[in-house]
Design a binder for this molecule. Structure first.
Ligand code: PLP
Length: 398
């Protein structure tokens, strides 16, 4: 079946909840993907950071195949031999005491919100059903009803009420707007260290540190959603590491499985995660042996193959070179590690148009909102490939 026919099938039989570029990908290898006509592209999106390790990483593939032959699912009614090792390795790597494993990012966010509420009632002593959680405007934490209840993006939210109560929305990057929302019912503050979906929005220096301090002073949990920023993307293990902040709860997903299989997790202390009792929370596939085995290797290769350092060094190079493009189209470059947003001038708004031109030239990037192009290639990218990309980006944006 040819490309046009495949696109027609998807449009006829599939819900139109995405507006993808018209490229039909058939194969991936490292930083490259190949379409149904055999054309090669550099993947500069990395499935929103789920492919930090690159496409079909050979070591993760081996684990995936070997585990799939042995055991894929037990449900949590029984134990399996992979999950305990994933727990241990996650905690050793991140310095947290306990973990809970789920599948999608949104599920892990829901898990963090639930445990923060329980902590609010059982430890902080908030009156039953009164707990509040403060979030930030421009946030993206997933697509469930509760999560979109505190989205500030009308498209994500407006058609889907009634909404879950108990959330307050502060202004991202603005400490005083959080302060105004804190009261005796505040259980937690949940933030992205950098807002990826909002267009790589980096808060003012010191913001995360101050939020963390404010949380400690007011007996409030600090939850960091590191689903996109975590596991090396920004040039450190976690986005919060740039300010030496250790949140009470960290949420990870995406790259946790290197693109093979959905695995997400919530990391915290025993005091907090230890509050869950049997039956209160779970998921049929959460913590399954295939996902756990894949996640173990996905974490191992991030460390063994120096992907975090590579993201730091090459991210800096990539963004510096982008900043030197003499272009009236570019308003601003926002970058940390290999999470890079190129903000276009409003008059030249249409970021989508440039993504389509880049596609023709062999680079797959995705606009966020109207005016931002995000460049977030796999963390295994090398300088030569970045130079190859820069040649094409320069002629597109000049
Ligand atoms: C992608 C993402 C999510 C949601 O993850 P899913 O696996 O798509 O449910 C949540 N938070 C952030 C910051 C994300 O980037």
């Amino acid at each position: 079946m040819d490309t046009k026919q495949l696109i027609a099938l998807a449009d006829k039989y599939g819900a139109h909840n995405y507006k993808p570029l018209d490229v039909v990908i058939e194969r991936g290898e490292g930083v490259w993907v190949f379409d149904t006509d055999g054309k090669k592209y550099l993947d500069c999106l990395s499935a929103y950071s789920a492919l930090n390790q690159g496409h079909v990483h050979p070591k993760i593939l081996t684990t995936f195949q070997e585990q799939a032959k042995k055991l894929t699912l037990t449900s949590r009614a029984f134990r399996n031999d992979q999950l305990p090792l994933l727990y241990k390795e996650l905690c050793d790597l991140t310095g947290y005491e306990m973990a809970i494993v789920m599948n999608s990012g949104a599920e892990a966010v829901e898990t963090a919100l639930k445990i923060a509420r329980k902590w609010g009632y059982h430890v902080k002593g908030i009156e039953k059903h009164k707990a509040e959680i403060i979030v930030a405007d421009g946030n993206f934490h997933g697509r469930t009803i509760s999560i979109i209840s505190f989205s500030t993006e009308p498209l994500y939210r407006d058609a889907f009420g009634p909404f879950t109560p108990g959330f307050k929305i502060s202004k991202y990057g603005d400490l005083s707007s959080i302060k105004e929302l804190i009261n005796e019912n505040t259980a937690a503050i949940m933030l992205e260290p950098i807002q990826g979906e909002a267009g790589v929005v980096i808060p003012p220096e010191g913001y995360l540190k101050s939020v963390s301090k404010m949380c400690k002073n007011n007996n409030i949990l600090f939850i960091a959603d590191e689903i996109q920023t975590g596991l090396g993307r920004t040039g450190k293990l976690f986005g919060c590491d740039h300010e030496n902040v250790k949140p009470d709860i960290v949420i990870i997903g995406k790259a946790l499985s290197g693109g093979f299989y959905p695995v997400s997790a919530v990391l915290s202390s025993e005091l907090i995660l230890g509050l869950f009792v049997p039956g209160e929370h779970g998921s049929t596939f959460g913590g399954n042996p295939l996902g756990a085995a894949v996640a173990r290797t996905a974490l191992k290769v991030i460390v063994d193959e120096n992907m975090i350092e590579n993201a730091a060094v090459l991210g800096e190079y990539f963004s510096e070179q982008l900043a030197e493009i003499p272009s009236t189209k570019i308003k601003e470059i926002r970058a940390r590690g290999l999470l890079i947003g190129v903000e276009l001038n409003n008059s030249d708004g249409n970021a989508r148009k440039y993504c389509e031109i880049l596609q023709e030239k062999g680079i797959l990037a995705k606009e966020t909102h109207e005016t931002t192009i995000r460049f977030a290639p796999p963390l295994i990218i090398d300088k030569e490939t970045i130079d190859w990309a820069l040649d094409r980006i320069r002629v597109t944006l000049r």
